[in-house]
Design a protein around this ligand. Structure first.
Ligand code: SF4
Ligand code: SF4
Length: 459
């Protein structure tokens, strides 16, 4: 976004980190943000215990390479679906950023939700408002300061511990988390260590790193400049309306100046400490706190609200309505296509995964009754959350199957390796290699298919 001459930076950024003391002001958007955050917090903490058809809603078990998304179990064999899903998600995020900038960061990102709606509120509750917090930090280590600081950090650590447990539940599953917590430490050493590592990381993020996660560490924030353009709606200062800015007394309120009274409230409330009047900056997480603050000022001085609002460069300079651009249409089409392909493959997924391979190095054997046999190994994975009694049948009813290990009953999400002979009547063999189609069935229901090769003598 172009920065007008009148809107030059009035603060100099230094290399040394400045500790932030953002003022929290209630406003319409802050209220909406709070409710949305509470909804996400309930979802986050309840998530590992919610079930769809007996499966967790989300599970990202990297160690066992087992993923559950909205109750659907994905196995390593479904990796292409995972890649497709990730691709669709990335395109969706790019599209969302092109249209709405970094609104995700301010309103949906767990980092902001925990920082601003949980940890910041605890800090305010214990140490007071922005002024009181700054005074406490700058003051000597009195008994009161020691008490407040230790209470805050104990609470931060406790909360980080709870978040770490929930986070681990999304990786190992709530049942395994329960075992880690209740059974002897020696039996779950890696789980126990993970909880404490996560606790330490969360504690450092929310007590020390804070806005640095958004402004320096997070790659999404740094990519913002690549995705956004002059049509992107984001939190912006309407400099055409606001400048020339200037302080005024109540009597001077009608003085021929811009609407910005240079009160500095938009800077005071900013959790990343920037001045939105300097134009779009990487540090802006679109939390909308400055919109609330400025609207309250505008209401007080009887000016139109939204001097800071959701604007694109185009809507400010040309005073037009936001529009759906060709770039947005292009990304929407790609995203739609990817999600359609993904939906198709998810709906086509079979209940089991069947892989059949002829035993390497073995030729055919002649069997009594005019049959020729080959030996096979099969991998069967039950992808469902219920037991399945699986047996194999060939498409050609003349072909017999003789098991060395029977298929038996597969418990939910269990896999089994079996070995069996295929017996083909010699009269059915017309080439050295014949493709044989096999079905895995339970009763009359076909659960999966596989094709394998049969080797035999030509008649
Ligand atoms: S500039 Fe406004 S929207 Fe951006 S981070 Fe600061 S307060 Fe939030
Ligand atoms: S809150 Fe509004 S009026 Fe006050 S300095 Fe910021 S932009 Fe200007």
């Amino acid at each position: 976004m172009t920065i007008p001459e009148t809107n030059k930076p009035d603060t100099v950024k230094t290399e040394k980190r400045q500790w932030m003391y953002p003022v929290v002001r209630q406003g319409k958007l802050y209220r909406y943000r709070s409710w949305l955050s509470y909804f996400f917090l309930v979802l986050f903490f309840a998530g590992p215990y919610l079930r769809i058809h007996g499966n967790p809603v989300f599970l990202f078990n990297i160690m066992e390479r087992r993923f559950v998304i909205l109750g659907q179990v994905f196995w390593p064999q479904d990796f292409f679906l995972f890649v497709l899903g990730m691709l669709a998600l990335v395109v969706g995020i790019v599209l969302f950023t092109i249209a709405f900038g970094r609104i995700f960061c301010g309103w949906i990102c767990p980092q902001t939700i925990f920082m601003e709606m949980v940890f910041r509120k605890i800090e305010i509750w214990i140490e007071g408002d922005a002024k009181q917090r700054r005074k406490l930090d700058e003051g000597p280590w009195t008994t009161e300061k020691k008490f407040k600081k230790s209470s805050k950090h104990i609470l931060f650590m406790l909360l980080s511990f709870i978040i770490a447990n929930t986070f681990l539940a999304y990786i190992t599953g709530s049942e395994n988390l329960f075992k880690i917590v209740t059974e002897p430490v020696a039996e779950h050493l890696s789980g126990f260590v993970s909880i404490w590592i996560f606790t330490g990381v969360f504690y450092l993020v929310y007590s020390q790193a804070r806005e640095i996660v958004c402004t320096v560490i997070c790659p999404y924030g740094r990519l913002q400049g690549v995705f956004t353009d002059r049509h992107t709606l984001m939190v912006a200062y309407n400099y055409l309306r606001g400048e020339p800015r200037g302080k005024r007394s109540r009597q001077q309120i009608e003085a021929p100046k811009g609407d910005c009274v240079d009160c500095g409230l938009c800077v005071d409330v900013c959790p990343t400490g920037i001045d939105i009047r300097q134009g779009t900056q990487l540090e802006c997480i679109n939390c909308t706190a400055c919109i609330d603050a400025c609207n309250q000022v505008m209401e007080k001085i009887n000016r139109e609200i939204n001097l800071i609002g959701f604007y694109s460069e185009e809507t400010i300079t040309k005073k037009t309505k936001p529009r759906f651009t060709a770039r947005m249409a292009g990304y929407s089409s790609v995203m739609f296509l990817l999600f359609s392909v993904l939906a198709y493959f998810v709906l086509q997924r079979s209940d089991i995964d069947l892989t059949v391979l002829r035993s390497a190095g073995l030729l055919y054997q002649e069997q009594p009754g005019g049959y020729i046999s080959n030996i096979y190994n099969a991998d069967i994975i039950n992808k469902t959350n219920r037991s399945q009694h699986i047996s194999l049948v060939a498409d050609d009813p003349a072909i017999k199957i003789k098991y060395i290990q029977p298929t038996g009953t597969l418990a939910k999400e269990e896999s089994n390796k079996i070995t069996f002979f295929l017996l083909v009547p010699a009269s059915h063999i017309h080439s050295v290699k014949t493709d044989i189609k096999l079905k895995a069935v339970q009763g009359n229901k076909v659960l999966g298919n596989a094709t394998t090769t049969f080797i035999g003598p030509i008649n």
